[in-house]
Design a protein around this ligand. Structure first.
Ligand SMILES: C[S@@+](CC[C@H](N)C(=O)[O-])C[C@H]1O[C@@H](n2cnc3c(N)ncnc32)[C@H](O)[C@@H]1O
Length: 244
């Protein structure tokens, strides 16, 4: 059985307690930064919204503390991982900065995984639909990626926005569990230690519980932390033979 630990704490603070080179895999979904605007179409409105949303992103997630800076957080992630082995969900505005750090500076290999949503908002004046979320994978070790099926090796998901989970777990940016399970399965082994610094409703923790990985998660919001705690306590799928 896996060891699952979650903390209601700022991840940067918590990471100070994690030893160098002790984590096998990070799977995380950090706050999407609205302070970068280089894309055309909706860019002007994004930039215009920066002040208004200084402490809150479009999905209603509070931007706690000093905000999310890719390199500040990245340095800590790199320190605590045995080798770099990290999945980061992001929007397109963040992609250049992530590549600059993980590929240009650190020399990582990369993959770009995409979640294409069939039911996004129909806004396309001078822009393409905002119908894709990106999950960047960076690694610098050997034998870190081992998909066991054609489906697990695919680099995309085509699935609608997961409204059912959003309603059930009351988190506006919850990720579909099957997507997170695929990432954990592909890039770690049973008994490994997986970390999610931006836990939200606890999706990565549930995936690790199902897949017998040890897990640490941090969530700064008390409200979301309690949701994650309840979700992990109630999740029964880890019990062998439990099916409904
Ligand atoms: C995009 S959401 C993650 C959603 C998650 N993937 C899920 O499926 O529920 C990002 C989360 O990071 C949390 N957060 C923001 N800053 C944080 C920090 N400094 N330390 C820990 N958590 C933080 C937010 O409260 C939010 O719940």
């Amino acid at each position: 059985m896996s060891d699952i630990k979650i903390f209601n704490q700022d991840c940067l603070e918590y990471m100070k307690t994690i030893k160098d080179k002790s984590v096998d895999l990070i799977v995380t979904d950090p706050p999407y930064d609205l302070h970068v605007g280089i894309a055309g179409g909706s860019c002007a409105s994004h930039m215009g919204r920066t002040d208004r949303f200084k402490n809150e992103n479009v999905a209603g997630i509070k931007d706690f503390g000093s905000g999310y800076d890719i390199k500040t957080f990245g340095k800590e992630f790199v320190r605590i991982m045995k080798d770099i082995n990290i999945y980061l969900w992001c929007n397109k505005m963040q992609i250049p900065e992530y590549f600059n750090y993980y590929v240009n500076e650190l020399g990582c290999k990369f993959e770009v995984l995409c979640w294409h949503k069939g039911n996004c908002m129909p806004t396309y004046h001078n822009k393409y639909l905002t119908d894709t979320e990106y999950c960047l994978y960076f690694r610098n070790g050997s034998n870190q990626l081992h998909p066991n099926s054609y489906e697990d090796a695919q680099t995309f998901w085509f699935a609608p926005i997961n409204q059912v989970d959003k309603n059930k777990y009351k988190h506006p940016t919850i990720k579909p569990l099957n997507m997170i399970e695929k990432l954990v399965r592909n890039s770690s082994n049973e008994g490994d230690l997986v970390f999610d610094p931006f836990l939200g409703s606890g999706t990565t923790g549930v995936a690790c519980k199902h897949l017998n990985r040890n897990f640490i998660g941090t969530e700064i919001s008390e409200e979301y932390f309690k949701i994650a705690q309840d979700r992990l306590n109630e999740d029964k799928q880890h019990i062998e033979g439990f099916f409904e």
